[in-house]
Design a protein around this ligand. Structure first.
Ligand code: HAX
Length: 441
């Protein structure tokens, strides 16, 4: 019998057995936490120290203590619109709001570091054109590894106390180069070689918009800044930030760690959800004959998606328990600038229709929109219709926060991460003893 068939006979009954054990033993304490939490992806277990940001389940993210509305009010903004994302990096790293001057200096420094070693583009050119842009992005980042100052310093025996300085060099180079790599990938998707000339009078995100081919489009540039600022950091436990930190904790350099982080961001339950939302909306429109569906049609479509055993993209969260303020900021932008757009109107309708349906399942802990619900509708409206590319934009943003955090990890010399794992066999044994001890009471 083929090994897969043999394994299926073992795996499926075991899955059932563990499903029962998870239910029965969910409340059994594991130290301060429970078996249920261990099985649910360590949700709510405080075991990561992450310096730059923190998520409150009801209020959302705070960068160094500043909420999204506070940042939108206080971060320096470009005259044509949008907070400078470099400002978020400054805030996350330094713990205080940058001045206009701080942001301009940083922007200039990142642009000076934006040159991508030519071999990186050659590596990308060797990949089949239909390779998912996130696979290209991850590969492009990894291809820069030979340029790591941190790896060289480690090889040369630099003291552990000083390694963070080399990490910081890598981080700045990474942030400088990522927009060019992303723009190159976007160009490949459209069969064009982008003009990657730096305009020193433009900001970091403005140059990125130029390289993507949207330089003349003021609203796009405005939204791109907003987007890159909003998604930069979301504390340390989400898949991309945690991966970056975990891999970095082995003293792998930032090219290794951020490439790995991007492989996690590429998952549909995480960053890929931004492409999945618009893909799902477009498919819905096609199946329902186009236009904005009625609420009744939407309800039926959403229920059909659930019955097919799929998730509703753009809703739910591992930590948040209210509508994500990062969604609100994007949605407010959309309602202000492009409220007549069909996809924006569908997002508006989904915001109304989906939460009660998810709530009625009785199991979804957060039925409200997450950060990814409105993104695609806006980029699509502005002509960036290649939705497979959206997660790359997320990836450029996420580098801002995770790199600031990783720099702090090295400054503070946090050790290699190595949480204790347990087996289901061990849990079952503990569970039997626990039950016995409680029966004796
Ligand atoms: N649609 C359908 N079912 C959902 C759901 C959704 N949007 N959100 C949660 N559920 C289900 C879960 O699959 C789980 O079902 P099972 O018990 O049968 O496994 C149950 O409700 C309880 O899940 P939860 O505790 O509420 O949520 P999790 O922490 O397990 O998962 C997810 C959080 C974000 C992965 C989840 O809400 C989801 O799959 N959402 C849709 C995908 C999505 O939009 N992801 C992007 C999230 C934001 C982000 O990270 N962006 O990068």
């Amino acid at each position: 019998m083929p090994i897969k068939e043999k394994f299926r006979k073992v795996a499926l009954p075991y899955r059932e057995e563990i499903r029962n054990l998870r239910k029965e033993a969910a409340e059994m304490p594991l130290g301060e936490y429970t078996v249920g939490q261990a099985y649910r992806g360590a949700k709510g277990i405080r075991s990561i120290v992450y310096e730059t940001s923190s998520v409150d389940p009801f209020e959302g993210i705070r960068y160094q203590g500043y909420s999204i509305p506070e940042m939108l009010a206080q971060l320096p903004a470009h005259p044509e619109g949008g907070p400078y994302p470099e400002g978020a990096f400054y805030l996350l790293l330094m713990g205080k709001m940058p001045s206009e001057q701080d942001v301009k200096e940083l922007s200039r420094e990142l642009l000076q570091r934006s040159e991508v070693p030519p071999h990186v583009f050659e590596v990308l050119d060797r990949m089949p054109e239909d390779t998912h842009p996130m696979a290209q992005f991850s590969m492009g980042i990894l291809a820069m590894e030979p340029t790591s100052a941190f790896a060289r310093a480690y090889r040369e025996g630099v003291s552990r106390y000083d390694l963070w300085e080399y990490m910081f060099e890598d981080v700045l180079n990474l942030l400088g180069r990522l927009p060019k790599i992303a723009a190159y990938i976007y160009g490949r998707m459209r069969g064009v070689k982008p003009d990657l000339t730096v305009n020193p009078d433009d900001d970091w995100a403005g140059n990125f918009a130029n390289w993507l081919g949207f330089g003349e489009h003021q609203s796009f540039r405005h939204f791109l800044r907003l987007y890159l600022m909003l998604l930069a950091d979301h504390e340390g436990g989400n898949v991309s930030a945690h991966t970056n930190r975990l891999v970095g904790s082995a003293l792998s350099d930032v090219y290794f760690s951020y490439s790995a982080a991007m492989n996690g961001l590429a998952g549909p339950l995480h960053g890929l959800a931004n492409q999945e939302v618009i893909r799902w909306i477009l498919q819905m429109k096609q199946e329902l004959g186009g236009g904005v569906p009625t609420d009744a049609q939407l309800k039926e479509y959403v229920e059909g998606t659930l019955h097919a055993g799929r998730v509703i993209p753009g809703f739910g969260h591992g930590v948040l328990r209210r509508t994500d303020p990062r969604f609100k900021a994007q949605f407010e932008f959309a309602m202000k600038h492009i409220s007549a757009d069909e996809n924006v109107r569908i997002v508006d309708a989904l915001f109304r229709v989906v939460p009660p349906i998810l709530e009625a399942t009785g199991k979804v802990k957060n039925p409200w929109p997450n950060v990814d619900l409105a993104t695609g509708a806006v980029f699509y409206h502005y002509g960036l219709e290649e939705f497979n590319f959206y997660t790359v934009l997320f990836g450029v943003s996420r580098a801002i926060g995770t790199s600031a955090a990783l720099t702090w990890d090295r400054v503070l010399m946090y050790p290699i991460e190595r949480p204790k794992s347990i087996t289901s066999r061990w849990i079952r044994e503990q569970w039997e003893q626990y039950k016995e001890s409680r029966e004796g009471l």
